[in-house]
Design a protein around this ligand. Structure first.
Ligand code: KG4
Ligand code: ZN
Length: 330
């Protein structure tokens, strides 16, 4: 099927064309430059920029694919969860296109779309598997039996992993988004230099990152902002604590659920230390791990189109009644 996907749940305005499970064209308009000076996403600025960009990204993705709007078999759009103003722009654009073109439209769950990204590169990755979704807004472990068959096993009780990285990066005076700048600063740092807590030990499958973030904030307040090697050590030690939590709970969940495959998705899945440590620890446990390529970890519309294609092929059409839902549950 020829499917156009639109993503606008947070600070990326993106469109992509997927044809029979393969990516044919995509455009991501990042808002990093707009939000950088605030050290985080400003919802009102995000939605206003989506309005400015959405038509252009759709045109660019279509042009790259060599298809025209009339050639499409259907459309997909992120319906939630996310920032309501941002979501509404994508949903409105997709509904308008679907209605004027008389094509079916599917509203997809943003996190399920993240989990689908890998299928553009590894179409035969088998079900069931464990999904670890780590982004700026979410940190969840899910059991995935198939498309539309996802069961939540555990989640963060407070901050998301990416949010903790972003906040501590801000306190350290590093660039935005924080995950990437912490990773870069951590290179050449000693991950064992400082001792940060590993929250929620024990058997529960939930995460908690706010205590870890607070312990970093308290240390910075007490000792001042580090520079040079001390800064690299701080970043490496903090990143290590976040990664250790993710690795430990993911492998625990795989054991508890009896799953031999793990799929990692979301912006933080781009983290090189997470890739390295989870890959090695999983191999020791006999568990296979896949990550999407770095370009498909962050928000994009290829994952939206790829997931929508599966629903459209099953005959689903959400039609003009589709609405954005900021708190859309699994
Ligand atoms: O999935 P995503 O693009 O947007 C959301 O749905 O939230 O994830 C964004 C998050 C941000 O917190 C960002 O700091 C983090 O992903 N991130 C990273 C890396 N690249 C992006 N975190 C750690 N290491 C990275 N290389
Ligand atoms: Zn996301």
């Amino acid at each position: 099927m020829r499917v156009l996907g639109i993503e606008s749940s947070c600070d990326e305005c993106a469109a992509a064309v997927v044809v029979d499970g393969a990516l044919r064209g995509q455009r991501v308009a990042s808002q990093i430059a707009i939000h950088a000076r605030y050290g985080g996403v400003v919802p009102e600025l995000a939605s206003r920029d989506h309005i400015r960009k959405v038509v252009a990204v759709v045109q660019a993705a279509l042009a790259e694919s060599g298809l025209r709007l009339e050639d499409l078999d259907g459309l997909g759009v992120t319906a939630g969860p996310g920032l309501i103003g941002s979501l509404l722009v994508g949903v409105c654009a997709a509904k308008t296109l679907a209605w004027t073109l008389r094509k079916p439209l599917v509203g997809v769950h943003h996190l399920e779309a993240h989990l689908r990204a890998v299928y553009l590169e590894a179409p035969s990755f088998a079900y069931p598997h464990l999904g670890l979704v780590v982004s700026g807004g979410h940190t969840s472990l899910v059991r995935v039996e198939g498309v539309g068959r996802v069961r939540l096993l555990g989640r963060t009780l407070d901050d998301a992993a990416g949010e903790a990285l972003d906040k501590v990066a801000k306190l350290l005076g590093l660039g935005y988004p924080g995950g990437v700048s912490i990773q870069r600063t951590a290179e050449g740092g000693d991950p064992q230099a400082l001792r940060f807590p590993r929250p929620l030990p024990g058997k529960r499958l939930d995460f908690s990152f706010s205590g870890l973030k607070t312990s970093a904030a308290v240390r910075l307040k007490r000792e001042g902002r580090p520079t040079g090697q001390a800064l690299r050590d701080f970043a490496a030690s903090f990143q290590e604590a976040v990664v250790d939590s993710l690795v430990k709970k993911t492998l625990l969940a795989a054991r508890v659920e009896g799953l031999e495959r793990v799929l990692v998705a979301g912006g933080v899945a781009a983290n090189s230390r997470l890739r390295e440590k989870l890959g090695a620890a999983a191999a020791r446990q006999g568990v296979e791990v896949v990550f999407p390529s770095v370009a498909l970890c962050g928000d994009n519309a290829a994952m939206v189109a790829a997931l929508a294609e599966v629903y459209l092929a099953a005959g689903r059409d959400d039609g003009p009644g589709l609405d954005a839902d900021a708190g859309l549950a699994w």
